[in-house]
Design a protein around this ligand. Structure first.
Ligand SMILES: [Zn+2]
Length: 499
């Protein structure tokens, strides 16, 4: 548990202005590593995807992965960056067990892409996030601390290292400091990572699964007194790996830093860890003395010099980017920017789009994903995409309702079956016997029984209190367990009582 003193969020904003900044690491989805031919498949047995190059054995020589360079240039182009015509890799020297070479091959003063931007929208307002640089480097191995309660090195009995991840191509996207977001700072941070993730998905360069660490953000936060000409000292919350946590970490740091500043103390420039369970951060490494990594140009790799024609070709072949796609879909579906924002926030744009592609009218596709399915995802504590139902199945469900085979109420029961893995909607309708009853003998009998069982209600209807018929419809729906079509039942009752 954290013992930090916190200032109420709204109160923070009466005295301080936040500045945020984000450094986001993206593991590229290339088949092989950055400087060797080792596989990058996630989840393999530890240390089975290694070779002399990614283990840093003496005498081994790296060769740069062309697909990774291409992906990085495409990311840069999608973010409106300038692409370097000539740049080099550099050695970032430091020792840590997960970095077998004793240095990380990265880029330093010559990044591949510079000076871009990304516009993000929060509550109808657009914020421009300036991108300082996009560079290419390699991932480190993964330490596993065994025996402690927290999984951290403190309290552990021993530590293991898995080098499967060492050398996987990693793109780092660094924003310039983002001032002027005020109370929206936490949401702008989240919106930026969300939009960046959408772009990376559209480019197809990474699986961007945050829970697998494909995408992780270091979130910088600082506060300065309102009106101050200088920015405050920032902290860097490391490896935040969910969108929600990005927002929470900024919110927490703003509240914590305000309390420190209120007390007349100074903020320590340090890295901090974010804790999902408590939503708090705790101190990590102090950055008071800037680490000197003794960067120098990597002598074992040739410089990268993308020729202009290639870059132009890559630019021309970029896919439709998310912002343009949203504008187009809003128009096609006839919805407002606000309604589109709901879909974006629910992570439903792609799902609705695929449901429409599978034949459902846009309004129905939106209704199911934002209504019933959103509710179920929320209950289950998963994202919409994590539900065990495909857009094709939702389209099939919509089709069954449109054809009158099932009604909305039965459709919800059909969903139960689909989510329980019982097959496609039509199969669930069949196996669970959920089709709407036609004017069958069974339904006629249920209607007659409802009239006989409620003689007083029937008499009222006959006497002109037509709205009382609702009670009889309800009785029929109950005996048929919702499988009757209410409109049909009402018509049948009217035929018997009013004609
Ligand atoms: Zn290797």
């Amino acid at each position: 548990m954290s013992s930090d003193t916190l200032v109420d969020f709204d109160e923070v904003l009466t005295r301080y202005e936040p500045v945020i900044g984000l450094e986001t690491h993206v593991e590229l989805g290339t088949a092989s590593k950055m400087f060797c031919g080792c596989s990058t498949t996630f989840g393999a047995e530890p240390n089975t995807q290694t070779c002399p190059v990614c283990l840093g054995l003496p005498g081994s020589l790296p060769v740069a992965n062309a697909a990774a360079i291409e992906s990085t240039i495409r990311i840069g182009l999608a973010l409106g960056c300038r692409i370097a015509t000539w740049c080099r890799f550099a050695r970032k020297n430091y020792f840590y067990p997960d970095i077998p070479k004793g240095f990380q091959t990265s880029q330093y003063d010559e990044p591949l892409c510079t000076a871009g931007h990304l516009d993000v929208e929060v509550d109808g307002e657009t914020y421009r996030v300036e991108i300082e640089r996009v560079h290419l480097e390699e991932d480190t191995g993964k330490n596993l601390h065994v025996g402690g309660a927290t999984g951290r090195i403190h309290g552990a009995d021993h530590s293991l290292v898995d080098y499967n991840r060492a050398g996987i191509p990693l793109v780092e996207i660094v924003t310039r400091p983002i001032p002027g977001t005020g109370a929206k700072a936490p949401e702008v941070a989240k919106a930026y990572v969300t939009e960046l993730r959408e772009i990376l998905l559209a480019l197809g360069v990474s699986e961007v699964r945050m829970e697998q660490g494909n995408l992780r953000s270091d979130v910088n936060t600082s506060l300065a007194p309102i009106g101050s000409l200088e920015w405050g000292i920032r902290t860097e919350t490391k490896n935040v790996n969910s969108l929600r946590s990005v927002e929470r970490s900024v919110r927490y740091e703003m509240r914590r830093q305000a309390a420190v500043l209120d007390a007349g103390e100074r903020i320590l420039q340090e890295t901090r860890h974010f804790h999902e369970d408590t939503g708090s951060t705790s101190a990590g490494r102090s950055k008071e003395e800037a680490t000197d990594y003794r960067y120098f140009p990597e002598p074992d790799l040739v410089p990268i010099a993308p020729d202009e024609e290639w870059v132009e070709k890559l630019a021309a072949a970029l896919p439709e980017l998310p912002a343009a796609r949203r504008a187009r879909l809003s128009e096609e579906w006839g919805i407002s920017p606000t309604e589109m924002a709901w879909l974006v926030n629910a992570g439903a744009v792609g799902l609705v789009s695929e449901t429409v592609a599978a034949g459902a009218p846009p309004a129905d596709a939106r209704k199911w994903w934002l209504g019933e399915l959103a509710r179920r995802a929320n209950d289950a504590g998963v994202d919409l995409a994590g539900l065990a139902v495909t857009p094709q199945q939702v389209a099939e469900l919509v089709g069954l309702v449109a054809a009158g085979t099932i009604n909305d109420q039965l459709a919800r029961q059909v969903l139960d079956g689909v989510l329980a893995g019982e097959g496609d909607p039509a199969a669930v309708v069949e196996s669970r016997g959920l089709a709407v009853m036609g004017e069958s003998d069974e339904l006629v009998a249920a209607v007659d029984a409802a009239i006989e069982g409620n003689p007083d209600v029937a008499e009222k209807v006959r006497g002109g209190k037509v709205q009382a018929i609702g009670a009889l419809v309800g009785a029929v729906m109950k005996t048929t367990r919702g499988k009757a079509d209410a409109a049909t039942v009402k018509r049948m009752l009217e035929e018997r009582l009013l004609s």
